[in-house]
Design a protein around this ligand. Structure first.
Ligand SMILES: NC(=O)c1ccc[n+]([C@@H]2O[C@H](COP(=O)([O-])OP(=O)(O)OC[C@H]3O[C@@H](n4cnc5c(N)ncnc54)[C@H](O)[C@@H]3O)[C@@H](O)[C@H]2O)c1
Length: 285
């Protein structure tokens, strides 16, 4: 959680230098910068918002969950945080989010496309409406954030940063959550393509793809459900959302293209890609 003194810290402005000579993302200093986080009322997004604020940033937190969003702004401190209700599946709403963020804080330096949902069922049984819902939020929602904010960063001509939150499901699919796997694989492809195109354009905008393992959160619970995740007694394979937030800050500062929050699971990724390159199946897969 935020140290209570953070709310009293003055919001500082960072000196931005519009230039066409940058060749790499340069986010060596986050203090004084402005970040936007989608799906920030809960879980990983909230952890990232806290970490951004701890790093001295102003934060625009957005979500469809109005009540939890208001609580997040209160915890972060209304002088350095602003809440905007925004459905990332709606491209116009994401443009309106960017307008409001810029109106309040000026240029946006970091965008974190984090909002996500999950639906369970086999590929053939899950209703198309569930496929549509997951792809609209988890894939199109990320695309909307990328298009809206990258265009504005390029127009501003200053350095910027994109953080896309995918999942281990971006590289190791899990049976029973088809649309989630498909969307997260899509976010991996989108992030790699974006990074290649930004580099080709010599744009000073970095990209990090975050692939979390298990993190206690409200994923899969309806907004109306009062349950909050159990954060005190973590299973051995679970990581707290605030720890994920700190990892994201570190990844931005070091311009890391990929972040595995659970590096012990990288062997699963290697096995999956070995199976593909060796063109073979595996028992239980
Ligand atoms: N928790 C995990 O174990 C885990 C693991 C891997 C990846 N992830 C990913 O992390 C991200 C955050 O999920 P979380 O686990 O913190 O879950 P969470 O449910 O606690 O947080 C997700 C937030 O997104 C919001 N949201 C849902 N639909 C939205 C929409 N259309 N527009 C804007 N906001 C919307 C929700 O209201 C919620 O506040 C997701 O992309 C998820 O796929 C989570």
């Amino acid at each position: 959680m935020l140290p209570s003194s953070l709310k009293e810290l003055p919001v500082q402005r960072v000196e931005r230098t519009p230039t066409s000579f940058w060749h790499t993302a340069d986010m060596q200093q986050l203090s004084g910068r402005v970040g936007v986080v989608t799906g920030a009322a809960s879980g990983i997004g909230l952890g990232i918002a806290h970490a951004f604020a701890n790093a001295g940033m102003s934060v625009v937190v957005s979500d469809v969950d109005e009540a939890r969003l208001a609580r997040a702004v209160e915890a972060l401190g209304p002088d350095r945080a602003m809440g905007v209700v925004c459905d990332v599946a709606d491209s116009d709403a994401v443009e309106a989010l960017a307008d409001q963020a810029q109106e309040r804080f000026g240029a946006i330096d970091v965008v974190c496309n984090n909002a996500g949902i999950i639906r369970g069922g086999t590929v053939w049984e899950l209703p198309l409406s569930d496929w549509d819902a997951v792809l609209r939020v988890n894939l199109m929602g990320v695309l909307h954030g990328v298009r809206t904010f990258v265009r504005r960063m390029l127009a501003a001509g200053t350095e910027g940063y994109v953080v896309n939150v995918a999942s281990m499901a971006a590289v190791v699919p899990v049976a029973g959550i088809g649309p989630y796997n498909v969307a997260k694989h899509g976010v991996l492809a989108l992030s790699d393509t974006l990074a290649m195109e930004l580099r080709a354009a010599s744009a000073p905008i970095g990209v990090t793809l975050v692939m979390p393992g298990r993190v206690p959160s409200r994923l899969g619970r309806p907004i109306e459900s009062p349950d909050e995740p159990e954060r005190t007694a973590l299973d051995p394979d679970e990581l707290d959302s605030d720890a994920v937030g700190e990892m994201v800050v570190d990844a931005v500062l070091h311009d890391r293209p990929y972040l595995f929050t659970h590096p012990e699971r990288i062997a699963e990724v290697q096995r999956r890609f070995a199976r593909i390159t060796e063109q073979r199946s595996e028992p239980g897969f």
